[in-house]
Design a protein around this ligand. Structure first.
Ligand SMILES: *Cc1c(COP(=O)(O)O)cnc(C)c1O
Length: 416
């Protein structure tokens, strides 16, 4: 195989359409890795041949296509190893949302004769919350657990919520907005002790922190490629051996008939490559990201008054910073950061664009007006300390400007 003719471009610049319709190249600092990440050049490189010369359908009998079957098996093994799972427990899907839908709907259906009660939390991703709401419309009862002021599930409340008819507990491994990591092992132990299925949405945690499905007694786990520098449109659901879940997509025999449809070979190859890189660089990456994270948090809190950190200070994803600034509209802050070439978020990408404050920030007890002034920055290993310095200076300037325009702030200063 020759060198690929396709040039893989580093993405620190993008084309921007100016008012006069001409295009201008702008450089930017990307601090929204919880929303999505760029596929690494090695990932794209690994995928390219599977679009073209290695296009075979893994289900076909001839040698040319059987090679792709072997490739898919190899990728499945690599991914299973990363979780201490077996390769026949990994089912490829189109991403985190599909995996979450599958886990909840199939478990609810399979265990409906045992009971109709499901436990989850108030801070889950919408892929879980909206699926839980759907199940409520089908007659299931759902308990949405509170979290403490740091966003951690209260284990006592979990124990008290369990009923004889409880069939499923679904708690996310780490939160996508405030980065808080849950006591997953303890939750798994509680579920196991009561004979209840345990699902975790690990889309944010997978590839960032070590996960062992056996140690944590996890029965089902959702993950997604594009959150760990892999391609979009590929994910998996881990399903523990022996779980009798219904088939999710009916058709051919792919994914042991549970999720039919010709395998996304290209996506699977890219995902496995991204996983391989994520796991062998995890320690080094985590150290680097924690350093940038703590630098951002410490300087912002020290240099900007009336700011607070959301989420747990230490039980936190290495790349997550979430800070609320009083007397500020998060949306205005985002727009001004965008003009300064900084990509950030006010909550989850799904929450941005609506005027409701984030359900996660409300769940940790923030009043509406403070929740509205929140900024999420999620770091990646291509970010640098120089970028952090620039970002801090920009935030200081913008917060000062916005507060100067705020009647609430003016009023507050008069009376303090
Ligand atoms: C991004 C995300 C999802 C959705 O994953 P997709 O692959 O984009 O469908 C689900 N849960 C969490 C926690 C996420 O961050």
């Amino acid at each position: 195989m020759g060198k690929n003719p396709v040039r893989i471009v580093i993405y620190k610049k993008y084309l921007y359409r100016k008012e006069d319709k001409t295009m201008e190249e702008k450089s930017f600092i990307y601090l929204d890795h919880a929303a999505t990440t760029a596929a690494r050049p090695e990932v794209v490189e690994a995928m390219l041949p599977y679009f073209t010369e290695n296009f075979g359908n893994p289900s076909s009998v001839y040698t040319f296509s059987q090679k792709n079957k072997a490739v898919v098996t190899e990728c499945r093994e690599k991914i299973a190893d990363s979780l201490n799972a077996k390769s026949n427990e990994i089912y490829f899907t189109a991403g985190g949302t599909e995996s979450d839908n599958w886990a909840l709907k199939a478990a609810a259906e399979a265990y409906a004769s045992k009971g109709n009660h499901i436990i989850t939390t108030k801070i889950e991703h919408h892929a879980i919350l909206h699926t839980a709401k759907y199940l409520e419309s089908k007659g299931f009862e759902v308990t949405y657990l509170d979290v403490d002021e740091n966003g951690v599930v209260k284990l006592d409340q979990l124990r008290q919520a369990i009923r004889p008819e409880t069939i499923l507990i679904s708690v996310m491994f780490a939160n996508n907005e405030i980065g808080t990591i849950q006591p997953i092992k303890e939750i798994g132990e509680i579920a196991k002790k009561h004979g209840i299925l345990f699902h975790t949405d690990a889309v944010q945690a997978y590839g960032q922190i070590p996960i062992d499905v056996d140690e944590c007694h996890i029965d089902m786990l959702s993950a997604s490629g594009h959150k760990l520098n892999g391609p979009k449109g590929i994910g998996f659901l881990y399903i523990r051996t022996g779980l009798k879940l219904r088939n999710f997509v009916h058709g051919g025999a792919q994914e042991r008939s549970r999720r039919a449809g010709t395998e996304n070979v290209t996506g699977i190859v890219g995902f496995a490559k991204a996983v391989e890189i994520a796991f062998c660089t995890m320690e080094e990456r985590s150290q680097k990201e924690c350093m940038m994270r703590d630098y951002l948090i410490d300087r912002i809190l020290a240099e900007i008054p009336y700011a607070r950190l959301n989420g747990h200070r230490t039980k936190r994803l290495p790349n997550n910073v979430n800070i609320s600034f009083q007397f500020i509209e998060g949306e205005s802050l985002l727009i001004m950061l965008d003009m300064a070439g900084i990509c950030a978020s006010s909550g989850s990408a799904c929450t941005s664009g609506s005027l409701d404050p984030s359900h996660v920030l409300l769940a940790i007890g923030l009043p509406h007006e403070i929740a509205h002034g929140s900024l999420r920055m999620t770091i990646g290993d291509e970010n640098t300390m120089e970028e952090m310095d620039y970002v801090i200076e920009q935030i200081k300037e913008i917060v000062t400007k916005l507060r100067a325009m705020s009647p609430l702030y003016e009023d507050f200063m008069k009376h303090s």
